[in-house]
Design a protein around this ligand. Structure first.
Ligand code: 6LW
Length: 511
């Protein structure tokens, strides 16, 4: 029997929402402080996904000021297709603002419209239509409103629907008309280990709602499963009549407490129906595959920046201002111009991609010229490891919370050189490295899935590892927040050119 492996979208891809049009599926995720926002993926089987663009890819749709803190910005989008038009509805949580809006497109690749603002409280907005065209928007809370999707006007509500079984944060509502019933799928318990999915149904959107006798219909809370935090789900049916659920979950590692470094990822699970209720889970590493099967070629390891535009998977922080980057200035290279002096605060020039495997290697060919430039692996401004070149010297830098330390330096010859960041889950935990030398960290408990070791180095003919650092400091448990690791190229002084960037994912002990 053919099987598929979870997660179907590894790395920081939380709050997934999916819709089907004919035999094509489209999926969107949260993007928080990164720009462009809301990555959109296409699949013909729910298992193999290819990014076809970003829904919010220009400033008239998305402005994230420097004060948009890490893990603010764009939250939990929903994608739907209605009457020949694609809709994505989401929330911009920048600064003190919390504004819900929708955008539309005739083609999922875009262009997507400018925002239609909707004055509703809550996050995680969802859209559903009655046969007569009445449009309902539900938000966290769980509140239901009737809206005009063309203008954003709220025509009725918001009124309370059903708020779950009593867990905290009833959120991520998705509302569906299936047969004679309206189903309200929601998450509760919070997005961490208590995350759970519950469902209720009603004959009409205004209720009354009847909760499923088996609620929560899915949770991994309190289990020793490696896949944890299952929640924030969306339902979709396949052309053959089978039903599927996509959701976020994390791959937990170590123990007491567990840690996770890739953020919340997208998982897929089969759904059956019993007595008119969806039945799902537990979510396994491997499940029997859907009937449709359309594998994709593996993504290329190298981006050599030869194309006229950046591939959609490249993300920057809050903004990607014209003039901060160019593919044409030095053809075949990505030239970056400094916009801010430090990675420790918003405003710097950064182009990166998600870490999608527990074991992997990032490398890039850099012509630093007179610039201060490098490669960084980050969770946010206060949690990152960097390999940086400046004035004939390479430095490995660790920023962990309030502490910033150059942990090692070495001279490098002038001209282009290769920088790398290796992440390994095998071997032993490295000793803590300090500027004064190496200090034995002692027997740290790292659990059955091994350590998370981040090596920072440079190749100038020979391979020099400048530092090996404990990657758990770049985990959600230390940094907090809703994102996952992203690695990328940066420049904080002058102009630098990158000839290529490689990402090699490896199946390691933690996969
Ligand atoms: C999102 C909420 C959640 O708004 O986390 O896991 C929040 N679910 O539904 C941010 O992703």
């Amino acid at each position: 029997m053919r099987t598929y492996r979870n997660p179907v979208l590894p790395g920081f891809h939380p709050d997934p929402s999916v819709c089907r049009v004919g035999e094509d599926y489209y999926l969107v995720c949260s993007s928080f402080e990164y720009f462009p926002g809301v990555p959109i993926f296409h699949s013909r089987d729910l298992v193999h996904w290819r990014q076809i663009g970003n829904v919010l890819d220009r400033p008239s749709q998305l402005r994230l000021p420097p004060e948009a803190l890490a893990s603010r910005g764009i939250y939990a989008p929903t994608i739907r297709h209605h009457d020949g038009l694609f809709y994505v509805i989401t929330t911009n949580m920048s600064g003190d603002e919390r504004r819900n809006f929708l955008v539309t497109a005739e083609r999922p690749e875009g262009p997507w419209s400018d925002p239609v603002w909707i004055d509703l409280p809550g996050v995680d907005p969802d859209l559903a239509w009655e046969q007569d065209g009445t449009c309902w928007c539900s938000t966290s809370g769980t509140r239901l409103s009737r809206i005009d999707p063309a203008t954003g006007e709220v025509l009725e509500g918001p009124v309370r629907m059903w708020s779950g079984t009593g867990g905290r944060y009833p959120e991520a509502p998705h509302f569906y008309r299936i047969g004679e019933w309206w189903y309200l799928l929601l998450s509760e318990g919070g997005t961490e280990r208590a995350h759970a999915i519950s469902v209720a149904r009603a004959r009409s959107p205004r209720g009354p709602y009847e909760p499923a006798p088996g609620n929560p219909i899915l949770t991994h809370r309190g289990t020793d499963r490696r896949i944890q935090s299952t929640g924030h789900a969306d339902l979709v049916s396949a052309p053959d009549g089978t039903w599927w659920m996509i959701m976020l979950a994390v791959r937990a590692r170590g123990f007491s407490p567990e840690f996770q470094v890739l953020g919340r990822e997208t998982f897929l699970a089969p759904v059956t129906w019993e007595d008119g209720w969806p039945v799902v889970g537990p979510v396994e590493d491997e499940h029997p595959a859907p009937a449709a099967w359309h594998p994709l070629p593996p993504p290329p390891v190298r981006d050599d920046f030869d194309g006229p535009v950046l591939a959609p998977g490249w993300i920057s922080l809050r903004d990607r201002p014209e003039g901060a980057w160019s593919l044409s200035e030095r053809p075949g290279r990505l030239t970056l111009h400094a916009t801010g002096p430090t990675l420790d605060r918003p405003g710097h020039t950064f182009v990166g991609r998600r870490q999608q495997h527990h074991d992997c290697r990032f490398s890039a060919r850099l012509d630093p010229g007179a610039a201060r430039a490098g490669l960084t692996l980050r969770l946010d401004e206060a949690h990152h490891y960097d390999i940086e070149v400046y004035q004939g010297e390479a430095s490995a830098i660790a920023r962990i919370g309030p502490l910033r330390q150059v942990v090692a330096r070495c001279p490098v010859p002038p001209g282009p050189l290769t920088l790398f960041i290796d992440v390994r889950t095998t071997g032993i935990l490295p000793p803590t490295v300090t500027a004064a030398g190496q200090v034995d960290a002692g027997p740290l408990g790292v659990g059955p899935h091994g350590p998370d070791t981040v090596s920072l180095g440079v190749e100038t003919g020979e391979r020099v590892v400048l530092a090996e650092l404990d990657g758990r400091y770049l985990s959600t448990e230390v940094a907090t927040g809703f994102t996952g690791r992203v690695a990328g190229m940066y420049v904080t002084e002058g102009d630098a050119a990158f000839d290529w960037f490689d990402y090699e994912g490896r199946d390691g002990a933690a996969e």
